[in-house]
Design a protein around this ligand. Sequence first.
Ligand code: NDP
Ligand code: GDR
Length: 356
Amino acid sequence: MSHQGKVALMTGVTGQDGAYLARLLLQKGYVVHGIKRRSSSFNTQRVEDIYQDPHVEGARFVLHYGDLTDTTSLMRVIEQAAPDEIYNLGAQSHVRVSFEAPEYTANVDALGTLRLLEGIRILGLAERVRFYQASTSELYGLVQETPQRETTPFYPRSPYAVAKQFAFWSVVNYREAYGMHASNGILFNHESPLRGETFVTRKITRAAAAIALGRQDRLYLGNLDAERDWGHARDYVEAMWLMVQQDEPDDYVVATGTKTSVRQFAEWAFAETGVTLAWRGTGVEEKGYDAASGRCLVEIDPRYFRPTEVDLLLGDAAKARQKLGWRPTVTVQELAAEMVRADLKVMASDPVMNDA
Ligand code: NDP
Ligand code: GDR
């Protein structure tokens, strides 16, 4: 089926998922409108290569200033873009940071979602616009059962997750109250070379690359025992789009069904640079050494611990498999290797870069 001429609007277009989803929708023939927030420095690096000069007629990728904390900006952009589909990817998305800025996180992640939903309703678009909400496996928080599926009870463990739970139920409520085609994608962690630099996978792959290039001595991490179900962002944006194309709105878990510890991810990442990590010590004294040279490369810094941790996330995506026909295509080990290779390439091509 052709999607030529369909119009999508997304928040969070400058983030990891926004960059992948915008590319996917452009490939499918959509006109893509993205909301970017004002920043004192450029925040559009991830979409630079798909940027289109607005002065050229027929541009299919259009950026608007707006902010999830600013209702009027959201309503203005929805009116201007007149979208068929809205993808709400914008968020203060860092779990650790949400403990430092809980009120801001709630404003953006919880109320921001409500502002969009209510904006759609007030503009009389509830029956026309299809809505995707970036919900999260963080909703499962304190483990109630594994693997986690759509029926697993929520137990959020951070201001971020609490805010996302408000957003999740707002979506369900607008679906039931106003008949909106609104779906929650309960996505487990997904990464890529475009992943934000302070999330653990990218922090590790950048450090592995920087250490290999002699630009960094050591990597400081928090909880090495945390286990996550890591997939590739490119696969996961496909699932978002598939949800929105269904006749009926619904909520879906999107995951690979494989769990990996932070420690194991680090081993795979360093292996891509030819380093075998050997662990010695216990608790906060545990350290990772280059098995060949004996040099210490990884240390624990308790500053990266969280007041309440999510120890284990492992998803069961059977419903997405059956109803959407969705399947992940990249293993976590392949993902780690791809990310390290990309970081090596970026760093090696910039001789003055020494910011790792
Ligand atoms: P990123 O942190 O990479 O991107 C977040 C985006 O939101 C950025 O474009 C950011 O803008 C934007 N944003 C932040 N604050 C505001 C605001 N006040 N108003 C408007 N936009 C704002 O996240 P990801 O791409 O990784 O994730 C996308 C969504 O999916 C998020 O909602 C996240 O919580 C959720 N999610 C992510 C998962 C993952 O593993 N990646 C898993 C499950 C859910 P700027 O570039 O200016 O910072
Ligand atoms: P997460 O991702 O909290 O799962 O949220 P993150 O990569 O930040 O942490 C994953 C796990 O690694 C542990 N960890 C560290 N984390 C960071 N950031 N830095 C460290 O140095 C470090 N050391 C160990 C963490 O404690 C945690 O257990 C991501 C975000 O994308 C959310 O927006 C999204 O909703 C969830 O994934 C699903």
